[in-house]
Every structure is written in C-alpha cells, then in structure tokens.
Design a protein around this ligand. Structure first.
Ligand code: AMP
Length: 121
C-alpha cells in the first residue's frame, strides 16, 4: 500500500488542520485523540511518511525508530502515566482496524483499562 499524503495525520503534520498537541520533537508528534476511548487517549505519529508499523520498521532509519519510541516514553512520562500504568496499541491493516493510513501508536490511560480485547471470539 502506498502512502496517501492526503490522510488526516499528514494534514495535521503539515498544520493544515489543527490538533490538541501534547509534545513534539524532531521525530514525532503527540496529540489528543479526537474521539477518546479512555480519560487519557493520546496518539503518537512519526513525522516521516509511513503507512503502517511494518512500513515504519522496514524503511525508517534506526535513529528514527529509536527517536520515535523514546518519544513515546517521553509522552507517557509527560502524561504521568508511568506509575498508574497505561496501554500502548497500534492498529495495523484491515484486521487490526486501522482507520488512518499513517503509522501511529495509541496511548490509553487514566483508569483501569480492563481486558486486552473485548472478546476472544
Ligand atoms: P486507528 O483506528 O488506529 O487508525 O485510529 C485512528 C484514530 O485517529 C482514531 O482513534 C480517531 O479517533 C483518531 N482521529 C481521527 N481524526 C483525528 C483528528 N483530526 N484528530 C485527532 N484524532 C483523530
């Protein structure tokens, strides 16, 4: 799947549409999800154009991957989620339920999050 530069997160990166920014560095941007599924629901996106996690791991430079995941840790600390705990999630492809074709990691927190998946079926 080729990268669609008109996806909503690409538009956020280009500041064509607004976001509720949490933190930003040279590698990534973190902002609040527009439709939060937990008291804290953040999204972290790399600044590079990657469709999915597989695309990111295959094409991104090592320093970009390290920079991205260290930044995820910084966002978790900034949101004060380390002590109470949190969940990281990345939906990939059709079965993963990925809606936006720009690689992203969800950070959920602010309450006990319950089972990992809604059911095992
Ligand atoms: P996913 O299903 O993993 O692709 O999740 C995409 C997420 O992006 C969903 O949780 C949406 O609520 C969120 N989202 C879509 N548009 C926006 C936006 N403009 N600002 C912030 N979050 C968004």
């Amino acid at each position: 799947m080729s990268y669609d530069p008109q996806n909503i997160f690409a538009k956020i990166l280009r500041q064509e549409i607004p976001c509720k920014k949490i933190l930003e560095n040279q590698w990534a941007l973190a902002f609040h999800d527009i439709n939060p599924r937990a008291p804290i629901h953040a999204l972290v996106i790399p600044k590079g154009a990657y469709v999915s996690s597989a695309d990111f791991y295959a094409r991104a430079r090592d320093e970009e991957i390290a920079g991205f995941y260290r930044f995820v840790g910084e966002v978790v600390a900034h949101l004060e989620l380390e002590a109470p705990g949190y969940r990281l999630l990345s939906n990939c492809g059709v079965n993963g339920g990925q809606e936006v074709p720009h690689f992203h990691v969800h950070i959920f927190g602010g309450r006990a999050l319950g089972p990992m998946l809604a059911n095992a079926g």
